[in-house]
Design a protein around this ligand. Structure first.
Ligand SMILES: [Zn+2]
Length: 390
């Protein structure tokens, strides 16, 4: 009888095949489940599909949901790009990109045109995407009704019955308190005319890019264990009212680096702004970007504008809408400052107080314009509907 000998390191190293594909993070069963959930999500656009979220090498809240979706759909022949706040070089983005490439054997790139899978937090790339792309978004709070309903079971019932009245009331209250809808990131949208969906922490600026987009968008929430999707060529309509136009963030400014005025800008200190999307900014400086095509797709027509709002007067100021005026009359408090002035915070992702600028102002009651004439039966009412974004 011979005793088992302790294996030698040389023997172990000799057994490693350097050409073998790298060991993955997810086992095949986990990938299969994520793919099944993603397929269900594609079949029912905007519907949140539960899945068994795994422990990942990143903490919950650092993109574990997006990472699982990416690992579920990516293959060795893909090219991955990861951005965080529009930046390819952020610590989180860099580490996630290395992790994905290292564990799947796929190629990594910072160029959206080369990438096939783009994992992102907070932004949709400025580069217009095509049907070659799968956009994976990291989602912190997948439930759009969470702000108006704490019960998970009740949220499920409301989705099932398409009962979004509480959401409409919430938007209405926001409007009469602040004069504008102050919801900034994660703006609620109606997907495919059926489900209300949270748009992750992407700014309003990027919401129109999901409407009838040629690419597939997959949303992964690791902590909340949900996956949902917007398939290509699907209607994504921001929730707003008939007489309240959807607006994106806006400011008078140009990028201090590339001079673009049709990109999503962030503050870069000393009152200056820079493109949030560093890849696009660098390519514009290198004259390697299709700026005309980009400008076509930029939501410039949705910038805050007094002229677009109902009841607009001269001097670029506007007054209460018919809805707000009727509310004012009902409350009989003429001194009540219904609308806010100068509340516009130049867009920066994540700012809870960020609202479109400039905010409308109110004049004295005598200077207010008469209520807009409405067809019989609709006077003084604001009927909820989703407004097409493009
Ligand atoms: Zn720039």
């Amino acid at each position: 009888m011979t005793l088992a000998t302790t294996p030698r390191v040389d023997d172990l190293l000799a057994g490693i095949d350097a050409t073998a594909p790298p060991a993955g993070i997810l086992d095949e069963g986990a990938k299969r489940e994520i793919r099944r959930a993603a397929l269900t999500a594609v079949c029912v656009p905007g519907y949140q599909v539960p899945f068994g979220s795994r422990e990942m090498p990143v903490a919950r809240g650092w993109g574990s949901g997006g990472l699982q979706v990416t690992l579920g759909v990516i293959g060795a022949g893909d090219t991955v790009k990861v951005i965080d706040q529009g930046d390819d070089a952020g610590v989180n983005a860099t580490n996630l990109r290395r992790l994905i490439a290292g564990s799947t054997g796929c190629t990594e790139s910072a160029d959206s045109r080369e990438a096939t899978v783009i994992q992102t937090r907070h932004r949709v790339p400025e580069q217009p995407l095509t049907d070659q792309h799968v956009l994976v978004l990291q989602v912190p709070v997948p439930e759009p009704l969470r702000g108006v309903q704490r019960s998970v079971a009740e949220c499920a019932r409301m989705h099932a019955e398409a009962d979004y009245s509480t959401m409409w009331v919430s938007l209405y209250e926001d409007l009469v308190r602040n004069g504008v809808i102050t919801k900034s990131t994660g703006y609620p949208v109606l997907v495919g005319g059926r489900y209300v969906m949270a748009t992750t922490p992407i700014p309003r600026w990027d919401v129109p890019r999901l409407h009838q987009a040629p690419h597939l968008s997959l949303f992964g929430a690791g902590r909340e264990k949900q996956i949902y999707a917007v398939p290509p060529h699907t209607d994504v309509e921001p929730l707003t009212f008939d007489d309240v136009p959807f607006e994106v963030e806006g400011a008078d400014g140009v990028c201090v680096r590339c001079g673009s005025d049709d990109t999503f800008l962030v503050e870069s200190g000393r009152g200056r702004f820079a493109c949030s999307d560093t890849e696009w900014c660098a390519r514009v400086q290198d004259a390697d970007a299709d700026r005309a095509r980009h400008r076509e797709m930029a939501p410039l027509h949705l910038l805050p504008g007094a002229a677009r709002r109902p009841g607009a007067l001269q001097q670029g100021h506007l007054h209460a809408t018919s809805l707000q005026q009727s509310h004012l009359a009902a409350t009989a408090r003429p001194e009540w400052a219904l609308l806010v002035e100068g509340v516009g915070k130049v867009h920066g992702p994540g700012g809870a107080s960020a609202v479109p600028a400039p905010g409308p102002i109110t004049g004295p009651p005598s200077a207010r314009p008469p209520a807009r004439s409405s067809p019989p039966g609709t006077s003084g009412s604001t009927s909820p509907r989703a407004r097409p974004s493009a």
